[in-house]
Design a protein around this ligand. Structure first.
Ligand SMILES: [Zn+2]
Ligand SMILES: [Zn+2]
Length: 167
């Protein structure tokens, strides 16, 4: 483990190193390793997810370092913090991952990303109506995903009364 991995040359990681240096913050291997996990992913990772991935790479990094690194990464604009109402935050990479919204399944936790042009226009209109200068927005739609709905349908006993719940 630890021999020069191709990701060592990642421009995003370089960007992080530069940010640390420019802000007089120590560039440590541990910070780089945490940054690598989140910057390589296009998912929505919780601190637990990140710790699991670090363990899989045989890396032992304290929670405090993980949190601190995520905080710095968020300030640098390389990642953004998400709140899907789970009682903890998730993080996702920003570069190469344009603005989007999320659908979140309440059963399985699946997160589906989407963009919608009409919605983008609408948000400016709404802001304008209120004399507001739009800065940014986020939309999370909570519900039950297609797979979970399908499963619920399959699990339902066929013999009992006809399916009424289609709302
Ligand atoms: Zn689901
Ligand atoms: Zn996302």
């Amino acid at each position: 483990m630890g021999e020069a991995q191709p990701t060592d040359r990642s421009p995003l990681l370089d960007g992080f190193r530069r940010y640390l240096r420019e802000h007089g913050l120590p560039v440590t291997t541990q910070r780089e390793q945490v940054a690598e996990v989140i910057l390589q992913s296009l998912g929505h990772l919780s601190v637990d997810d990140i710790e699991r991935q670090l363990r899989e790479r045989d890396l032992k990094i304290g929670k405090a370092t993980v949190y601190r690194t995520l905080e710095i990464l968020a300030k640098s604009g390389l990642i953004t913090e998400r709140d899907f109402n789970e009682g903890f935050h998730r993080y996702e990479r920003v570069p190469g991952h344009p603005h989007h919204e999320h659908l979140i399944c309440l059963r399985c936790g699946r997160v589906i990303e989407f963009t919608n042009e009409q919605l983008e226009r609408l948000k400016t209109m709404i802001a304008d109506e209120h004399g507001f200068q739009h800065h940014h927005h986020r939309l999370e739609i909570y519900g039950v995903c297609r797979e979970c709905r399908r499963q619920a349908g399959a699990d339902r006993p066929v013999t009992s009364s006809p399916p009424i719940e289609s709302r």
